[in-house]
Design a protein around this ligand. Structure first.
Ligand code: DGY
Length: 316
């Protein structure tokens, strides 16, 4: 009997082709919605490997349901959706997809920063809706990016790639990180100092118990009235109710959000009612090339694990 791999969302044929000869590959049939929880738990009963998405909650119950499980491979660099303590207890390895998405995610971060600063989405809507009546001296005015101060919270690989883009735009770059890094032309700042100084605060830190709710009312109140908050990390890092209040009261100027506490974010979420918020559906790594490269990494990790070879990109 071939070892069983269960994939929680429909992936392109080419991504799974290499596994099909040696393994019994089972896959949820829909591309745009994940396997329901009951289906995941049912499939976990037999699976030797689970290939999961960042939207799948892999908690202790999944491990308890899966006596044969050897590996969980996450199609993401972040892995806050997986209970690592349970993985450790059940001796299941977990892998992620670092590096291949670094530049792509940094591009999206910068695109969102520019879109927020220059009100690109709002401006597009104005043209399409016929609200554009004439060129206007202060119409659709945004915030300068060139020469502004970029403050990056969470200085890992993606942070460094965003810093390089900022430098290319002539920005002064500050960062805040758990550990100090020695980086050229990028200055370390304490969290409060960064919040008080930056024109663009970019969140790139992983979601952990330590970073959950790290940007709340107090932190937002330290930011400049002309500043923008850009979150491409995880929704849980920001207290959304506090962000809504800060934006509504114009205590900060704008926000660009690729991630939300609840995803998909409900369409009646208060943040979506504000014109000074640019929103995206968690697409940091979403290019054809990068997503296929991430899938290759997952497939390789699963094949290595199930054939007893050493496994790259383990997080536990
Ligand atoms: C990830 O892979 O964790 C990121 O959210 C990319 O968008």
């Amino acid at each position: 009997m071939k070892p069983i791999i269960y994939i929680t969302q429909k992936l392109p044929e080419q991504a799974v082709a290499k596994l099909q000869d040696s393994y019994d590959v089972r896959m949820w049939h829909e591309e745009h919605s994940p396997a329901p929880r009951e289906e995941l738990l049912e499939q976990a009963k037999e699976a030797h490997a689970l290939w999961v998405m960042l939207s799948d909650k892999i908690d202790r119950a999944v491990f308890e349901a899966a006596p044969n499980l050897k590996i969980i491979s996450n199609l993401a660099v972040g892995y806050n959706n997986i209970d690592l303590e349970a993985a450790h207890d059940f001796k299941v390895m977990v892998t992620n997809t670092p590096d291949v998405l670094t530049e792509t995610t940094a591009d999206l971060t910068f695109a969102l920063l520019l879109a927020t600063a220059r009100r690109i989405v709002e401006a597009d809507k104005t043209v399409r809706s016929g609200e554009w009546k004439s060129w206007s001296p202060m119409g659709m005015t945004g915030q300068n990016v060139g020469g502004a101060t970029l403050g990056i919270i969470g200085m890992g690989r993606i942070g460094e790639a965003v810093a390089r883009r900022g430098q290319g735009f002539g920005m002064n770059v500050l960062y805040h990180n758990r550990t100090r890094r020695s980086l050229e032309d990028v200055k370390y700042a304490g969290l409060d100092e960064l919040l008080q100084t930056a024109d663009f605060v970019v969140l790139l830190t992983p979601l952990t118990e330590e970073t959950r709710g790290m940007i709340g009312e107090r932190e937002l109140s330290l930011m400049k009235e002309t500043a923008c908050l850009i979150n491409v990390a995880r929704g849980g890092i920001v207290e959304e109710a506090a962000l809504y209040e800060a934006l509504k009261a114009k205590k900060i100027w704008g926000a660009g959000l690729d991630v939300f506490e609840q995803e998909p974010v409900p369409t009646d979420h208060p943040l979506l009612s504000l014109p000074n918020v640019t929103v995206l559906p968690h697409i940091g790594s979403a290019t054809v090339q990068t997503r296929l490269a991430m899938m290759d990494m997952n497939a390789e990790a699963i094949a290595s694990c199930l054939s007893g070879k050493s496994v790259k990109n383990r997080v536990c």
